[in-house]
Design a protein around this ligand. Structure first.
Ligand code: COA
Ligand code: ZN
Length: 304
């Protein structure tokens, strides 16, 4: 059976935008529960300014509570300071964040596109020098909430810059969920032709109910690394209109039905999704949730 790696980003992309702050101890329990459910990789936190994203404060404390041997953990770092904090906390993997347009970089990390490329390059080079695993997001890869449609050639140019700087993986992120299957086929097809499928990952949001369809196109193009968020939680605070991520349970359900191996136990994942509902104080869950609950004979305590 062919393997697909699912990286759960609920503890970072999922919680960063929630009205309710979740304690570091609860975030540690969430990460552990995801690993227990079989997720091989988890983006656990971001080392960003606590003024910019209050929910991600305490990332250092969170990492101190993790058993770093249990899974492939990564953390988002927007600049040198974030990288130094992540490394000091003991992280073995980091993800830099580059948006595909000028305005989105300014809104998200207060840098021009050129400056963001430079900072990401320096951080990636340092991380490689220090022996950390490296990912680079190219976010708003389909469409920017401020500048509109992004050209595929620009995404390819930025991905090439991140690979040249030492990124082991480039994560093509549809931050506001504006992609559709036709464009997904074109963009992922182009990037796979340029870089091969193995160093690419897809990070999709479900704003227009097309995340799963786009994921299928990425799969058909050969991509075998996906970000997803348990319960479909997520969204960038600096990208207006961004809705939740592709729900991990929806993606895993698709992958299992299509004959891929993920290592994820959907029954255990369902318990995590229900637990996330209690953490954020509202029902959460992907489109497949009611079906999965019926299949497992469980009742959704969150009413979703
Ligand atoms: N972690 C913690 N604090 C940080 C930091 C980091 N990675 N980077 C900067 N800071 C602090 C500085 O020390 C400084 O603190 P001080 O005022 O007490 O001296 C303050 O933040 C401003 O520093 P500066 O370098 O001027 O940052 P900025 O105001 O230009 O903001 C970012 C830049 C990148 C720090 C900020 O925009 C950010 O954290 N963005 C994150 C966006 C995000 O997470 N988006 C969602 C995920 S894609
Ligand atoms: Zn996202």
């Amino acid at each position: 059976m062919e393997r697909v790696i699912v990286n759960d980003v609920a503890p970072r992309d999922g919680l960063q935008n929630e009205p309710a702050a979740v304690s570091s101890a609860d975030r540690v329990r969430l990460v552990n529960a995801l690993v227990h459910a079989g997720l091989p990789a988890v983006e656990v936190a971001s080392f960003v300014s606590p003024t910019a994203v209050p929910n991600m404060a305490g990332a250092d404390e969170l990492v101190a509570g993790l058993d770093l041997d249990r899974a492939r953990f990564s953390a988002l770092v927007p600049n040198r300071k974030g990288y130094e904090r992540a490394r000091a906390a003991g992280m073995r993997g980091v993800a830099v964040v580059l948006a595909a347009t000028e305005t989105m970089n300014v809104r998200n990390i207060n840098m021009s596109l050129g400056r963001a490329v430079q900072v990401c390059t320096e951080v990636l080079q340092q991380a490689r020098h220090d022996g950390l695993a490296t990912r680079a997001y190219v976010s708003t890869a389909f469409e920017c909430p401020f500048e509109g449609v992004v050209a595929d050639s620009e995404v390819e140019r930025l991905a090439a810059a991140m690979f040249a700087a030492g990124a082991e993986e480039v994560v093509v992120a549809d931050t506001i969920g504006a992609g559709n299957p036709k464009r997904a086929k074109e963009l992922f097809g182009r990037l796979v032709a340029a870089f091969g499928p193995s160093p690419l990952a897809a990070h999709l949001h479900d704003t227009r109910a097309l995340a799963l369809a786009n994921a299928w196109q990425a799969l058909e193009c050969g991509i075998r690394n996906f970000d997803a968020s348990a319960g479909g939680l997520g969204g960038c605070p600096f990208a207006p209109g961004a809705a939740g991520n592709l729900a991990t349970e929806d993606l895993v359900s698709l992958l299992q039905q299509a004959g891929f191996h993920t290592g994820v136990d959907l029954a255990a994942l369902l318990s995590v999704v229900e637990h996330i509902g209690t953490l954020v104080g509202r029902p959460v869950g992907g489109r497949s949730l009611p079906w999965l609950q019926r299949r497992n004979g469980t009742q959704n305590r969150c009413g979703g």
